[in-house]
Design a protein around this ligand. Sequence first.
Ligand code: AMP
Length: 395
Amino acid sequence: MKTLNDFNFKDKKALVRVDFNVPLDDENNVTDDTRIAAAKPTIIKILEDGGSCILMSHLGRPKGVQEEFSLQHILKDVENLIGVEAIFVSDCVGEAAKTAADNLEPGQILLLENLRFYNEEEAGDKDFAEKLSKLGDIYVNDAFGTAHRAHASTAVIADFFPEKKCFGYLLEQEIESIKKVMETGEKPVLAILGGAKVSSKITIIENILDKVDHLIIGGGMTFTFVKAQGGSIGDSICEDDKMELALEILKKAKEKNVKIHIPVDVVAADAFSNDANTQIVNVKEIPDGWQGLDAGPETIKIFHEVVLQCKTILWNGPLGVFEMENFAKGTIELGNSIAEATKKGAFSLVGGGDSVAAVKQFGFEDKVSYVSTGGGAMLESLEGKTLPGIAAILE
Ligand code: AMP
């Protein structure tokens, strides 16, 4: 696996695929610069070697050229975070981009315009990838957020750098973190899968049963499992067509000696609303007209004990409707348990969509070992897939 440290960038132009797909407000201000900050170590290493950086990224989902998706909006943030003045060029290929890249001096940064202003990017077009490849000497992929896409700048381009391609520090860290959970992690290994639906997590569950000792299933998924086993779930969300599958998962887990933990009690509400009336009920005895929206106190206690006996912990998906204050407790308490286990030496990885949002919202970011920067990419990794952006560097 080739990484940044395998190269000296002195007098080299590094063509770095970053994931600067950051959220912007109505006035085009960056509202969360995590992804820019995450690319900083890679950029600094290249500059400190005496090289220069040509940064390429997508932003949003533009249809052709749309000013609101211009990377110019994030230029100031890049400069502030990296601490170096950056040059912006209003195209990512063509004359202007080539000239700007050719004129780049060691120590300088060039930010290219949004790759997705060209349909060729997402189409994985070879000619477009070749044009991009002409801008730099060494290709560095540091964009985990798009590593599951076989786009021109994330995968196809690597063919034009047979010997001169590598992972950036961020991507390397993401790969190592997933490996720690899926392959090399100290036992007992625990996966916590929450969130809304079984259907969106099923491939992960199937893949992960071979890797873990404990599996906590929480959130909306709970009720498909409970109903499948004959429980009354009231008006809780449930995928009836997945009940058969849920039973199969339980059976497989038993065969593989994986201990599955499902909530035993829930906070039930008489409406899907923060102002709803609530009561704590047994998960198998939820009255009609009521729905389980968070883990109950007994469940929180049991999950706490499971978490604290594990040495490697993966967390994906909230335990309840954490967006509503009255149903956030299960998710917050789980975060506390994971933080405590981490403090005692466990390795904890949080990744994939809403759990990252929850971790940030409740301030657990610095209390877990690693928070992944990729949503879809993380989920596909957990499904056991080889991501095109990673495969392209390894080939
Ligand atoms: P996912 O994207 O699959 O990880 O699902 C995250 C969503 O699941 C969040 O928006 C939560 O509000 C939702 N969720 C968690 N628990 C429940 C529940 N008991 N009932 C309905 N939605 C839930």
